[in-house]
Design a protein around this ligand. Structure first.
Ligand SMILES: NC(=O)c1ccc[n+]([C@@H]2O[C@H](COP(=O)([O-])OP(=O)(O)OC[C@H]3O[C@@H](n4cnc5c(N)ncnc54)[C@H](O)[C@@H]3O)[C@@H](O)[C@H]2O)c1
Length: 279
């Protein structure tokens, strides 16, 4: 059901790769809610071609950009303002990649060139995006910028590797730039800390099946999926959340506040009994 929450708003959505991508779902929902927007991803991602179907469906122009490249980002903002006829009201940063994860380098054997790339692509690109937009004065007053994060920024989760460090930096950038954007331009900057989700990036995480099962069982409301994440993004782009800024907002069915659940306690008791030789 649509509520016209984004009627008259212009945006830029970075990171839709295929229909599993969180950014893809956000684009679909933003379109349903009345927004106009451009889509951006790397030339390599665009070569897969799937994003063309999304662009057609949402009546959006695709602008290629490597989000670590300042000239590319400048082009995205300038082009977007030209195509849509004005400043943008919302931006989604839905970008993440670790070569250490891809090449199966564990955290105590990182390749530091890969680590630099992880941080640049997954976190510093957010700063670059915000800085380019700030210099171009490309975001309207009371606009909203959202990046996607994960609880590994606060807690250690086996297998998340150097992406945990990238997410910690990403959330810090949202606070630091959120202060400046709020003070100078009345624009909000937040991160959403999303449940593990089966996407191309999500599937790369070691043991993702067990992780998703664990978080689903530990969360009183269960894992949040990509569609639900898109709904949450839409509320943050809407005028209903104008005073929410510099926050890391958990969208995880309650997982982040859990310590021990009834189900986990039952399993623990059962295993303890057999481990201690109960029978
Ligand atoms: N899937 C999960 O479990 C999960 C959980 C929490 C947060 N997130 C975050 O959500 C965001 C989106 O990921 P997703 O799960 O939808 O996976 P995805 O693989 O669909 O999206 C990742 C995107 O990053 C893009 N990208 C990579 N390098 C880039 C670069 N240099 N410039 C521009 N774009 C680049 C990719 O092309 C891709 O579109 C990421 O920040 C991810 O860390 C994912």
């Amino acid at each position: 059901m649509a509520y016209n929450l984004l009627k008259g708003k212009r945006g830029i959505i970075f990171g839709a790769l295929d229909e599993k991508s969180i950014a893809w779902k956000v684009a679909e929902k933003a379109y349903e809610e009345g927004a106009v927007f451009t889509l951006s991803n790397t030339p390599t991602a665009l070569r897969f071609g799937e994003i063309n179907a999304l662009a057609e469906k949402c009546n959006a122009t695709i602008i290629p950009a490597d989000a670590t490249n300042l000239d590319d980002l400048t082009h995205v903002f300038e082009q977007s303002m030209e195509i849509m006829g004005g400043k943008v009201d919302f931006i989604l940063h839905s970008i993440g990649m670790s070569l250490n994860v891809r090449k199966k380098r564990v955290y105590n054997d990182l390749d530091y060139n890969f680590l630099n790339k992880t941080l640049d692509i997954s976190a510093v690109s957010f700063h670059k995006m915000l800085q380019v937009a700030f210099k171009l004065d490309a975001i309207s007053r009371w606009g909203s910028v959202v990046a996607l994060s994960y609880i590994a920024a606060q807690r250690t989760l086996y297998g998340y590797n150097d992406m945990a460090d990238a997410k910690a930096l990403l959330e810090s950038i949202a606070r630091s730039f959120g202060y400046i954007y709020g003070r100078e331009r009345k624009i909000r900057v937040n991160t959403i800390s999303q449940s593990p989700t089966l996407t191309t990036a999500g599937s790369g995480v070691k043991g993702v099946g067990s992780l998703m099962d664990f978080t689903d069982r530990m969360s009183p409301l269960g894992n949040a999926d990509a569609d639900e994440c898109a709904d949450y993004c839409v509320t943050l782009f809407s005028d209903l959340t104008r005073k929410v800024t510099m926050q890391n907002l958990y969208h995880d069915g309650g997982f982040s506040s859990m310590g021990m659940s009834l189900k986990a306690m039952n399993i623990y008791d059962k295993n303890l009994e057999s481990a201690l030789g109960g029978d």
